[in-house]
Design a protein around this ligand. Structure first.
Ligand code: PSU
Ligand code: MN
Length: 306
């Protein structure tokens, strides 16, 4: 068999940005299909894209549609994906399989990093990354996102890790894998819905230029992998950790009782937390994703400088 060429479908604006050397920010699509309910998912995705444009960069939302890798989605494609039922959740293990079988799938953090590398994009904004789940000593549930950060050269801007995860163990795995974890503008590792946590972040940077420089230096040193930038949620959008702790515990207990496992765990927990907070978790989620998109655009602009 001859080696296939990966024929990427670029949106019109991403194609133009590539030709002109403009800064581009990658966006994932699992947050749309498995992370938020319709129709807010599509509204948020469009809003985040608009935030990136307003900051002077071009958004590239990733997805596999009928077996083709799309880098940047036209508005109607985004709408259709956000509405569709039964879209696959793609990570490193099933990305190529979905393309080979003509399937449709949304990209997780891991798969979005792979797609970004294929398209020559170095910066990616999302909400939260996958990590080490609570009870991982029994379940062995550790997201492939962590190992992707260790091998694919993309800087990922997230708001830390959700308390659905075992955050100290997540930081330990990132350290073992040699992933720089950089808190933006503070010492504390942000806790997704809360700007700070009891944990100190391994690294701190206070400007997009420093983050861009560190990314480029890692590449120049021949170090594989990317960086995790942990950007705290805006203070006015925070939810106190104490308010969420019992809700997360309930969602986790339900997941355990129902035997939810594998790829189903993260979407199940996110959906139950949305329901149990009567949508409050979603408002905070929207604020932090938009905040991450703006920072990612600044980093992409720094990297695009000659
Ligand atoms: N965490 C969030 N929101 C999300 C996800 C994680 O706060 O939407 C999604 C991301 O796409 C992430 C994926 O890459 O879940 C991780 O899934 P898993 O734990 O199955 O690797
Ligand atoms: Mn998992």
């Amino acid at each position: 068999m001859t080696k296939p060429v990966i024929d990427i479908t670029y949106s019109a604006e991403v194609a133009a940005a590539r030709a002109a050397g403009q800064p581009i920010v990658a966006l994932e699509s699992t947050i749309i299909t498995h992370g938020m309910p319709y129709p807010q998912n599509v509204e948020v995705a469009a809003q985040v894209e608009a935030d990136i444009r307003a900051a002077g960069a071009v958004p590239a939302t990733m997805a596999v549609i009928d077996g083709r890798l799309h880098v940047g989605l036209e508005a109607e494609t985004l709408q259709a994906l956000g509405k569709a039922q039964g879209v696959a959740k793609l990570s490193r293990a099933d990305f190529a399989a979905c393309m080979a079988t003509g399937g449709t799938g949304a990209t997780t953090v891991a798969a979005t990093m792979i797609a970004a590398r294929l398209a020559g994009i170095s910066v990616f904004a999302t909400g939260g990354i996958g990590g080490v789940h609570k009870g991982a000593e029994q379940s062995f549930d550790i997201s492939a996102d962590l190992m992707e950060l260790a091998q694919t050269p993309v800087t990922v801007v997230a708001a830390g890790a959700k308390a659905i995860l075992d955050v100290p163990k997540t930081l330990e795995v990132l350290e073992t894998q040699g992933v720089p974890v950089i808190a933006y503008g503070q010492d504390s590792f942000p806790a997704f819905w809360s700007a700070t946590s009891d944990l100190k972040a391994p690294l701190r940077m206070d400007s997009a230029a420093q983050i861009a420089r560190a990314h480029v230096l890692r590449g120049a040193m021949g170090l594989p992998g990317g960086q995790l930038v942990a950007n705290p949620i805006p203070l006015d959008a925070q939810i106190p950790a104490a308010d969420l702790a019992p809700i997360i515990a309930q969602a986790q207990n339900e997941a355990d009782a129902q035997g939810v496992s594998g790829k189903g765990v993260t979407p199940f927990l996110l959906q139950r937390i949305f329901e149990l907070t009567e949508g409050k978790s979603l408002e905070a989620n929207i604020a932090l994703v938009r905040n991450n998109a703006r920072l990612a655009a600044e980093i992409a602009k720094e990297m695009a400088k000659p």
